[in-house]
Write a protein that binds this ligand. Structure first.
Ligand code: ATP
Ligand code: MG
Length: 433
């Protein structure tokens, strides 16, 4: 596909404009503006990372990231619409309405002096707590995660620069960490999740040395802030390849680190209600993304934790003799507080999840005005979708209940009244017997 020209002085492979398929037509105009402006001010600037990888694969990039030799402060001086963000990793965000172009300064090697002066910092496990040492483009390439993510595109001459053999790996479908995998995973354990995410999303093979340390190092995810793991978990599960990602996360012992309250109820045979639910909700989510339908993380997580909550509720009822409803509320609190220590699911989502769960109980009681009130609930549709999934898993009476609600929501007001009346009659008959 490409003719490679080795650059003797700086050890990179240069691919000129007529030897690669990257066209300015497919690059965000705002990103181009930023590149041109930085170049005009005398700075080096490149498109880098996922956008180049995706363009080479013929995919549409999600966002366009830029790297430059200008410091964040110099970038800020060059653009009025610029905001500096991040502590661990300082970046400039250039805002164009809804689109944000991220501009990072070339990262460099850390020296022990840097680590003393606080621009860089490492924890006891080798994790980088701060990574703000600036360097050259060569050093920047070596600090990136995978070879396929260390490709740089310049609008000065439209060439592509490959410092780590990323083009070859991309052509062969190989995910390869740059450098020593043990050290790189210890520096940032989230890289283990990124390995899995890209393997699933790009349908690529994880190179052996990159795969090998993951199972052993998976517990290092405990050191990652819960807010960052929330963002990562959505990227893992809601990127259109959630089911495949989940299988890989399990295989590499990462799922148990992210979702211990779920993992400990797994049977290993994939035949429990819980295992079936996770499989189904992820497949549904993948399908919806593929068909451009809306998805909501609150629904996904509501499905994930439904059976752990039920299990905990039953256990509390037996052990403490509490009423079902009280035990249920306690279980919701317990499961959420344990899970949120690892993955910080924000309040706006947990409150929707609570609604979806409580509606599962309410949907059983339909007499009088109840069914009409439930139908008006803003989360009725999500609650019904969960009921339907539970029914298809548990079968039995739940199938009748789901069918009733299906009919009720889609029929006329007269028919609804008669459906509720029939229920009342049936209940009276039952009470007599
Ligand atoms: P996508 O945006 O499609 O999920 P991406 O590769 O662009 O994939 P980003 O999180 O946007 O992912 O990161 C942009 C680039 O920054 C990456 O391609 C990689 O070069 C670098 N990068 C991101 N996260 C890390 C990390 N944890 N360690 C090292 N380099 C990273
Ligand atoms: Mg990106």
């Amino acid at each position: 596909m490409f003719r490679h020209e080795e650059h003797k002085q700086s050890r990179y492979i240069s691919i000129s404009r007529n030897e690669h398929n990257i066209s300015r037509k497919n690059i965000s105009e705002n990103a181009l503006k930023v590149l041109y402006r930085l170049n005009k001010q005398g700075y080096e600037a490149y498109l880098v990372g996922g956008c180049i990888r995706d363009l080479l694969l013929g995919k549409i990039p999600k966002d366009f990231d830029i790297t430059t030799n200008a410091t964040p402060e110099q970038v800020q001086k060059t653009f009025r619409n610029c905001r500096l963000v991040g502590r661990r990793f300082r970046l400039a965000h250039i805002m164009f309405g809804k689109e944000i172009i991220e501009v990072a300064t070339f990262r460099g090697e850390h020296s022990s002096q840097d680590e003393q002066s606080n621009v860089a910092k490492r924890s006891q496990t080798g994790m980088l707590l701060r990574d703000n040492v600036y360097g050259t483009i060569e050093q920047d390439a070596l600090r990136r995660d995978f070879t396929m993510n260390a490709l740089y595109y310049s609008v000065k001459d439209f060439t592509l620069r490959d410092y780590c053999g990323g083009i070859k790996d991309l052509q062969n479908g190989i995910i390869r960490l740059i450098g020593d995998p043990q050290i790189r995973y210890r520096e940032d354990p989230v890289r283990m999740l990124r390995t899995i995410r890209f393997a699933a999303k790009l349908n690529m093979t994880i190179e052996q040395a990159t795969a090998e340390p993951i199972k052993e190092l998976a517990p290092l995810l405990k050191n990652i802030p819960a807010a960052r793991l929330f963002d990562e978990s959505l990227k893992l599960l809601q990127s259109g390849h959630g089911y495949k990602t989940y299988l890989l996360l399990k295989e590499y012992h990462l799922f148990e680190q992210l979702f211990p309250v779920i993992q400990r109820l797994f049977t290993g045979n994939n035949n429990s209600y819980l295992e079936k639910m996770i499989e189904q909700v992820l497949k549904n989510t993948d399908y919806r993304i593929d068909h451009n339908q809306r998805i909501n993380p609150a629904f996904l997580f509501a499905a994930f934790f439904w059976y752990p909550i039920m299990e905990q509720t039953q256990l509390t009822c037996v052990e403490s003799g509490l009423q079902f409803h009280d035990a249920f509320s306690m279980a919701i609190n317990d499961i959420l507080s344990e899970q949120c220590q690892i993955i910080a699911i924000p309040k706006r989502l947990t409150s929707i999840m609570g609604d979806i769960w409580r509606l599962q109980l309410r949907m059983k009681k339909r007499e009088g005005k109840r069914a009409f009130a439930i139908l008006e609930h803003p989360k009725f549709r999500a609650a019904y979708d969960l009921l339907e999934m539970r029914a298809s898993i548990e079968k039995g009476e739940l199938l009748d209940l789901a069918k009733w609600w299906d009919e009720f929501q889609h029929t006329s007001i007269e028919k609804r009244i008669s459906m509720v009346n029939q229920l009342s009659k049936r209940n009276k008959r039952r009470a007599k017997h």
